[in-house]
Write a protein that binds this ligand. Structure first.
Ligand SMILES: Cc1ncc(C[n+]2csc(CCOP(=O)(O)OP(=O)(O)O)c2C)c(N)n1
Length: 361
């Protein structure tokens, strides 16, 4: 993947190697061509001369953001015609029904054989240097977003940055963070193939059972990897936590679950604003839209009850509380016991037990 990004940036004028939300992995964040993970909106899409879409179902949302006139688009996919999605259409110059890894290997081999000289010319060296500078800039911008407010409250960027810092380097991230996904991806900056997992399907709730399955699979493979599930609070409820943590305990499958508690569903508001930015729904609060969970349930308590009391469970509303509890939760998982941390985004207001950091009962 690294080579592919390099090749695209070098050979073509400006080319995006771009993967979006619903895929099993993303381009490695330590590569200068990394643009992160976005939901069909990324400024570079509008300026690119060439776009190579690889296994990407929704590379852009036309009404929000689309390639400029004359951009050359190539599409490589196991199913470029999306035969089961009759409305899907990507206006590409060429489409290839092909395995992306094989395709990239072939493209790289071709470029190396035919264009070695061009690749090492000053022009391309200069582009490479510029790309490295823009990558550095991007990483600095992302780092600046991981901040705490004047009350010590944190949002997803800060939380995800702490996770990246404190979890083992080879952690597998099972991510079902819905509207928070891009923030999580920016801060986690996954680089290991297969270490970032999310789901192409629209039905939410896979990540609870999924995290257990991933953990089991790595144990069976002898890798014994640390698995961290990062899940929206609404999605956590869809995941049937009563079953997940009962099974986690019954079969001793330790995972770390981080619940992104933003007091309910954020996605429906975002969706309605995309279609009716100034409609009636845009003028009312989440209560009236019936997407608020206030007062929120005791997410980690639900897990604890399901596990017969034998897991680590807690909630944190401030950066200080997080600094105390997150290392404990991680250590618990490393010691073989599942941990569920209810992370109160933007503070304790409206959230269960808000106001004091606590281990659940
Ligand atoms: C099983 C299921 N039910 C409903 C939906 C529709 N839906 C999409 S996003 C969303 C809200 C998810 O809430 P949460 O996990 O808290 O994430 P947030 O929107 O707050 O980022 C809902 C209800 C869905 N995709 N899957």
């Amino acid at each position: 993947m690294t080579c592919a990004s390099l090749v695209c940036q070098s050979i073509l004028l400006r080319c995006i190697l771009y993967k979006v939300e619903n895929h099993h992995s993303q381009d490695p964040a330590n590569h200068p061509a990394w643009l992160g993970l976005r939901y069909g909106i990324e400024p570079t899409i509008k300026t690119a001369d060439v776009i190579l879409a690889l296994d990407c179902d929704v590379p852009w949302i036309n009404t929000q953001c689309h390639p400029k006139e004359g951009a050359k688009i190539f599409h490589v996919d196991v199913d470029p015609l999306k035969q089961q999605m009759p409305v899907f259409y990507l206006k590409a110059l060429k489409r290839y029904r092909a395995d992306s890894c094989t395709s990239l290997s072939q493209i790289n081999a071709y470029l190396k054989a035919k264009h070695e000289e061009r690749l090492s010319s000053n022009l391309f060296m200069d582009r490479w240097t510029a790309l490295q500078a823009s990558h550095k800039q991007k990483l600095e911008t992302i780092a600046a977003e991981a901040k705490v407010d004047e009350k010590g409250h944190f949002g997803t960027p800060y939380l995800a940055r702490q996770l990246k810092k404190l979890c083992p380097d080879d952690t597998i991230w099972a991510v079902e963070a819905v509207t928070q996904t891009a923030f999580v991806a920016d801060q986690i900056q996954a680089t290991l193939p297969g270490s970032w997992l999310n789901c192409g399907g629209g039905g939410l709730g896979w990540s609870g059972g999924g995290a257990l399955g991933i953990k089991l699979a790595t144990d069976v493979a002898g890798e014994k990897r640390f698995v961290c599930q990062i899940v929206g609070d609404g999605t956590y409820l869809f995941s049937v936590p009563g079953s997940v943590y009962w099974i986690s305990k019954r079969y001793d499958i330790p995972v770390l679950t981080i619940v992104l508690n933003n007091k309910g569903w954020n996605a429906p508001r975002k969706s309605l604003l995309l279609v009716h930015p100034h409609g009636e729904g845009s003028k009312v609060g989440n209560d009236e839209l019936n997407i608020s969970f206030v007062p929120t349930p005791d997410y980690s308590g639900i897990a604890k009850a399901a596990a017969g009391g034998d897991i680590w469970a807690g909630h944190a509303s401030t950066a200080d509380e997080l600094a105390k509890l997150l290392p404990e939760a991680i250590q618990s998982v490393l010691n073989g016991k599942t941990a569920v941390l209810d992370a109160h985004l933007e503070g304790p207001d409206g959230k269960y037990g808000g106001g004091k950091a606590a281990l659940v009962g």
